[in-house]
Write a protein that binds this ligand. Structure first.
Ligand code: ZN
Length: 149
């Protein structure tokens, strides 16, 4: 119902629409979903660190407790735990997507600059690439290294 082509001037006046297929309300709910997920991921990562035997990780877990956003991911650069790799990757993607949302470039593929399918964004709000570029990315990625990062 909500993603059909625009019906023109329907009372909503927007000066510029940089996110094709997504209106302000959808962007808002995507932002809320991503912020909630970001908090959840940070807490999960922190809990994993707390359960580790590493003194260094325990210190990091302590240090990140009150941190937000960018600085959190920065501190995680020193952490090499397979368990949090996926969480961390998702968290970085969410942070990047939120940044793009603030800049008005959200919803555009970072590789080919074409709009990402809104249906894809509904399922994966933090998607930074369109499905085509994502497929290529994953293929080259896994062939090269066999793991992320
Ligand atoms: Zn693309």
């Amino acid at each position: 119902m909500m993603l059909g082509p625009s019906t023109g001037t329907d009372g909503l006046k927007m000066t510029k629409v940089l996110e094709p297929g997504l209106d302000a309300r959808q962007l808002d709910s995507l932002r809320t979903a991503m912020e909630a997920r970001s908090r959840q991921l940070r807490e999960e990562i922190r809990q994993t660190l707390l359960k580790s035997d590493s003194e260094q990780y325990l210190q990091i877990a302590d240090a990140v407790r009150d941190l937000e956003d960018d600085s959190f991911a920065d501190l995680m650069v020193d952490v090499s735990l397979a368990e949090i790799d996926r969480d961390l990757e998702e968290l970085r993607a969410i942070d990047a997507a939120l940044l793009r949302l603030g800049e008005g470039s959200y919803g555009m593929c970072e590789v080919c600059d074409k709009p990402i399918d809104p249906k894809r964004l509904e399922i994966t709000p933090h998607a930074l690439r369109c499905i085509d570029c994502q497929t290529v990315f994953e293929r080259t990625h896994f062939q090269k290294t066999g793991h992320t990062l």
